[in-house]
Design a protein around this ligand. Structure first.
Ligand code: FEO
Length: 402
C-alpha cells in the first residue's frame, strides 16, 4: 500500500506523478513535474473521481487495484474535466472495468463521444444533481470554462471534500506527501501555483469568479484539485488567493520584460531600473525575454501592477520574442495594469510604436504611462532623461493605485 495516499478514511489518491513530460500542454515548462490527480471514494459503490493522461495509467491502475483488491469493481467514474490529461486513460480503464458507468454533464458526454467514441454506460447529470453511492453522496456543481466548457466540480457531502477540477491546481509532482501543508518549500509551491493559474486558468478569470460564488454556499473541509497537493488547512487563504488573482488585483511592483540586440535597449532598461529603485516602487522584476520562458514572465505580470516593455525594432516590428509575449498577454486578457514602453531603433522605427498601439487597443486593460522612450541608435542624454521620467511616473501611478 506504499503507493496509496489517503485523503480521509474512505477517500484515496489514485493519481500519478508525471516527471517525464517536459512541457504541460506542450507549452509550459515543468521544472518539478506535475501530478494528474484522481481519487477513489470507497462506499457501497466504488466511485473514481477523474482519471489520468494516457501512457501514465500503469501507476493509476496499480493504485486502484491495490485498494479494490481482487474481484472488486469501479461502479462509477465521475469526469470533472475532459481535457486528455484527465481523460486519456478512460478507454483503457473501460477495458479493465467494463461495468464502470461514466458520469458527466451533457458537454462532458459530447466530448466523451468525440474523443473516444464512448456512448454507452453513461450517466448524464445536471447542475446540483446528486449521485448516492451508498454512504457517499456526490453533488455535481457545473463550473463551465474553468477550464473547458464541460468543467464541473464534485462535492462529497459526508467528508465535505470539493474535487475542484483544474481550479486551485498547481504545477509540481507530489513528492511523497499529499497535502499542501506538508510542502517543504512553500514559496516555490505558491509560485508554481500562480504560474499554473496565470498561464492555464487566468484567461477564464470571470468564469472562476462565478465558480467561487457557487462554492461559497458549501461547507468545505478539503479541496482536491486535478493538479498538485490537496488542501485541508488554510482553505480561506487558498480561496482568497484565487479570488484576488481572478479579480486582477495586483501588488505594488514593476515587471520589466525586454530584449536587446546590441545593448542600446539594455542601457535604457538599466536606466529605468535604477530610477525605479530610487523611487522605491517595491519589487522590480527584470526579465530578458531571450533567456526566460514567457510563462514565468506572465506569472510575474499577473502579480504586479506595473509592466514596462522594452524592444529594439526588428524589421519594422518589435523584437520577435517581445511580439510573442505581447500576443500571449493579449490572449490572457489581463486587466488593471500600468504599461510603460521603451526601446531603440537603427534605420527604421516601428517596434516601439507597435507596443504603444497594443496599449491603445487594450486601453480598458492597459493604462499607458508616459513618456514613451525610444532612442535612435545609441541613447543620448535626452533619452536617459525620458527613461527617468517614465520610471518616476510609473512610481507615482503605483503610489496612487489608480
Ligand atoms: Fe488539467 Fe484543463 O486540464
Amino acid at each position: 500500500m506504499d503507493q496509496v495516499m489517503a485523503v480521509t478514511g474512505n477517500v484515496f489518491w489514485v493519481g500519478v506523478n508525471d516527471r517525464e513530460t517536459q512541457r504541460f500542454e506542450n507549452l509550459w515548462p515543468l521544472d518539478h513535474g506535475i501530478s494528474y490527480n484522481a481519487f477513489l471514494v470507497r462506499a457501497e459503490k466504488n466511485v473514481l473521481i477523474d482519471s489520468v493522461k494516457a501512457l501514465t495509467q500503469e501507476d493509476h491502475f496499480r493504485r486502484i487495484a491495490e485498494l479494490l483488491g481482487p474481484g472488486n469493481k469501479i461502479d462509477y467514474l465521475v469526469i470533472n474535466h475532459m481535457e486528455p490529461d484527465h481523460s486519456g486513460a478512460i478507454p483503457w480503464l473501460r477495458t479493465h472495468y467494463p461495468e464502470m458507468r461514466i458520469v458527466g454533464n451533457v458537454k462532458t458526454l459530447d466530448f466523451l463521444e468525440r474523443f473516444y467514441g464512448i456512448r454507452e454506460n453513461i450517466v448524464k447529470v445536471a447542475d446540483n444533481d446528486v449521485l448516492d453511492a451508498g454512504g457517499a453522496r456526490l453533488r455535481f456543481i457545473l463550473t463551465p470554462m474553468v477550464h473547458w466548457p464541460e468543467t464541473m466540480m464534485t462535492y462529497l457531502e459526508e467528508q465535505k471534500i470539493l474535487f475542484s477540477g483544474d481550479a486551485f491546481g498547481s504545477f509540481g509532482a507530489l513528492n511523497g506527501v499529499l497535502f499542501a501543508d506538508q510542502q517543504d518549500d512553500r514559496d516555490q509551491y505558491l509560485n508554481e501555483m500562480l504560474r499554473y493559474f496565470s498561464n492555464v486558468i487566468g484567461r477564464y478569470s470571470d468564469m472562476l469568479q462565478k465558480a467561487l460564488v457557487k462554492i461559497k454556499t458549501l461547507a468545505i473541509d478539503c479541496i482536491a484539485s486535478t493538479h498538485g497537493p490537496v488542501w485541508r488547512r488554510d482553505l480561506d487563504q487558498l480561496i482568497a488567493l484565487h479570488d484576488k488573482w481572478s479579480r486582477h488585483e495586483t501588488e505594488p511592483g514593476v515587471v520589466i520584460a525586454y530584449a536587446s540586440m546590441y545593448g542600446h535597449t539594455l542601457q535604457l532598461m538599466e536606466a529605468i531600473v535604477a530610477s525605479l529603485g530610487r523611487c522605491g516602487v517595491g519589487r522590480v522584476m527584470v526579465h530578458d525575454v531571450v533567456n526566460v520562458h514567457p510563462s514565468y514572465i506572465v506569472r510575474d505580470i499577473w502579480k504586479y501592477r506595473g509592466l514596462i516593455l522594452g524592444t529594439p525594432t526588428y524589421n519594422m516590428r518589435p523584437f520577435p520574442l517581445i511580439e510573442d509575449l505581447v500576443s500571449l498577454l493579449d490572449n490572457k486578457r489581463m486587466k488593471n495594469r500600468l504599461l510603460g514602453v521603451f526601446g531603440s531603433y537603427g534605420w527604421s522605427g516601428g517596434g516601439v510604436k507597435q507596443l504603444v498601439d497594443f496599449a491603445a487597443a487594450g486601453a480598458e486593460r492597459w493604462q499607458l504611462v508616459e513618456p514613451v522612450v525610444e532612442a535612435h541608435c545609441a541613447a543620448g542624454a535626452e533619452d536617459f532623461a525620458r527613461a527617468a521620467e517614465l520610471a518616476a511616473n510609473m512610481a507615482g501611478r503605483l503610489g496612487k493605485q489608480d
